[in-house]
Design a protein around this ligand. Structure first.
Ligand SMILES: *[C@@H]1O[C@H](CO)[C@@H](O)[C@H](O)[C@H]1NC(C)=O
Ligand SMILES: *[C@@H]1O[C@H](CO)[C@@H](O)[C@H](O)[C@H]1NC(C)=O
Ligand SMILES: *[C@@H]1O[C@H](CO)[C@@H](O)[C@H](O)[C@H]1NC(C)=O
Ligand SMILES: *[C@@H]1O[C@H](CO)[C@@H](O)[C@H](O)[C@H]1NC(C)=O
Length: 458
């Protein structure tokens, strides 16, 4: 469900900004074509970064299209610089080179923290780990942002959209909202508010303890909520609606309060974002992340283990017992490569002229193919418009139409996603703040979408 909402959202985004010629979409009953085999978290087909974190094996061309997911690595990440954070359009899948991938604008703060920023005309920042976690204890030490419509999130999200959340709305600094989802399916009973003292003024450590049998949400060492797997049986689907697949750690700051978002979303977030707020500094809203600690638990008993480098899926059911741990390790040769064909590198033969003079013959095959989810035709765009290394800032900040596209893109992302969701399951009352779970479902997915779209304007 989230997938289809997000598909619509991104389709709208892409058509608004007109960077993608004709991106194929993917979702239930619609796999990606061989030419653009990887289904992004947003329901669009592409190559390159589409095949990395968030690539959904269920809707990709083959089970090998998505690059295998790097296995869990226990580590204490001191987030005090940007050294360990790769921009999403530069990361090719080598998790030994960067532990984090960013969309949007992370900012180093005083050698002691990383700020997730959200400036006017942007849709915030998303950080995701390059290593996955298949059960473990994950802690984030942070202060949230504040203000109407401003949402801070610390979540676990798998490529098939199993999800475990801590979310913080900027008008309620006394609660963390806990939630979980199974394969992106909306469930209205999964959310719960957890009491906490002022999340802006006080640094707290939020912990997700995730085992095959239970999830426990913990704040500053106090267990606040436990969800057992055995209480999540879904007799329709004939399985447990319990997060059970390898997941990335994600931290994000995003605007729920954009005028074009669904009314319920805006209400949930506490109203429209004030872009001249006293809560902004240096021109942006920010959440401050000091540390993320990942303690990996052993793979579940009975896991199909033939190696120790990566997680892959053996079956489209994408349940726990279709995950295998293998030796296969894939680093893409370029943003035109895929899990099926990792060595593609159109620039390999003419790398002395990587900029606007790139041969149109090599582009003719790749120009139609999207390479960075949320930014889309970036491969073609960066190759044609500027040298790939500086394409981001140069490309998007200098052109007026990036600025213009910002509001329509983020807003169409929000509004198509949310309004479809609100409409399809029973009308307006479901969009009311009394039903935060559905909004949160859209919210988390859109948090990622909008953060990616934010690249367009940064
Ligand atoms: C959590 O608190 C918010 C207010 O901040 C409220 O709107 C929402 O209904 C609460 N959610 C649950 C599950 O109680
Ligand atoms: C059970 O699973 C089905 C199929 O995925 C889904 O449509 C339904 O919403 C689920 N039920 C609940 C209560 O989540
Ligand atoms: C998968 O989950 C089922 C419960 O649904 C459990 O019995 C089984 O042991 C699990 N297998 C693995 C490999 O985790
Ligand atoms: C275990 O995983 C390997 C590698 O993906 C796969 O080839 C094999 O079929 C799997 N075995 C079972 C019993 O699922």
């Amino acid at each position: 469900m989230v997938c289809s909402l997000v598909t619509a959202a991104v389709a709208a985004v892409l058509s608004t900004v007109a960077v993608a010629a004709e991106a194929a979409t993917c979702g239930p009953n619609q796999k990606c074509p061989e030419s653009a085999p990887c289904c992004s978290a947003y329901g669009q087909c592409g190559v390159g970064a589409y095949c990395l974190g968030g690539c959904d094996p269920k809707y990709s061309f083959s089970l090998n299209s998505c690059v295998p997911a790097p296995v869990c690595q226990s580590e204490d990440y001191q987030l005090n610089s940007l050294d360990d954070i790769a921009p999403i359009d530069e990361y090719l899948g080598d998790a030994s080179e960067a532990n984090w991938v960013a969309s949007g604008q992370p900012v180093a703060y005083n050698d002691e923290a990383v700020l997730l920023t959200m400036a006017p005309e942007t849709v915030g920042t998303l950080l995701a780990t390059t290593h996955y976690v298949w059960y473990g204890r994950i802690s984030a030490t942070l202060t949230t942002s504040q203000g109407a419509g401003v949402v801070t999130a610390f979540i676990m999200m798998s490529d098939v959209k199993d999800e475990i959340d801590f979310e913080f709305v900027g008008v309620d600094l006394e609660h963390a909202q806990s939630n979980f989802y199974s394969q992106g399916v909306t469930n209205y009973n999964n959310g719960a508010n957890l009491s906490v003292s002022n999340t802006v003024e006080n640094v707290h450590t939020y912990t997700i303890d995730w085992t095959p049998d239970a999830i426990t949400w913990i704040i500053d060492g106090d267990e606040m909520r436990t969800q057992k797997r055995e209480d999540t049986w879904n007799s329709t689907a004939n399985r447990f609606d319990f997060p059970q697949t390898p997941s990335r750690v994600m931290l994000s700051l995003w605007p729920a309060g954009l005028p074009s978002n669904g009314e319920g979303t805006i209400e949930w977030g506490g109203g429209l974002v004030d872009w001249n707020s006293e809560y902004m500094q240096n021109g942006y809203y920010y959440a401050m992340v000091n540390e993320v600690k990942v303690e990996c638990y052993d793979p579940p008993r009975g896991a199909n283990t033939t190696g120790d480098n990566s997680y892959v899926y053996n079956d489209y059911a994408a349940t726990n017992d279709t995950v295998a741990i293998v030796d296969r390790e894939v680093v893409l040769a370029s943003l035109h490569a895929t899990g099926d064909d990792p060595d593609i590198d159109p620039d390999a033969t003419d790398d002395d002229e990587p900029s606007s003079t790139s041969s149109s013959s090599s582009q003719s095959t790749s120009a139609e193919v999207n390479t960075v989810p949320g930014v889309s035709g970036a491969g073609a765009r960066s190759d044609e418009n500027s040298a790939s290394d500086d394409s981001d800032s140069g490309d998007s900040s200098d052109s007026g139409d990036s600025g213009n596209s910002a509001s329509p893109s983020s807003s169409s992302g929000g509004s198509s996603g949310f309004s479809q969701g609100d409409g399809s399951t029973g009308g307006d009352e479901n969009a009311a703040p009394g039903k935060p779970e559905r909004i949160l479902t859209g919210g988390s997915a859109v948090a990622i979408v909008v953060a990616l779209v934010g690249l367009l304007v940064l």
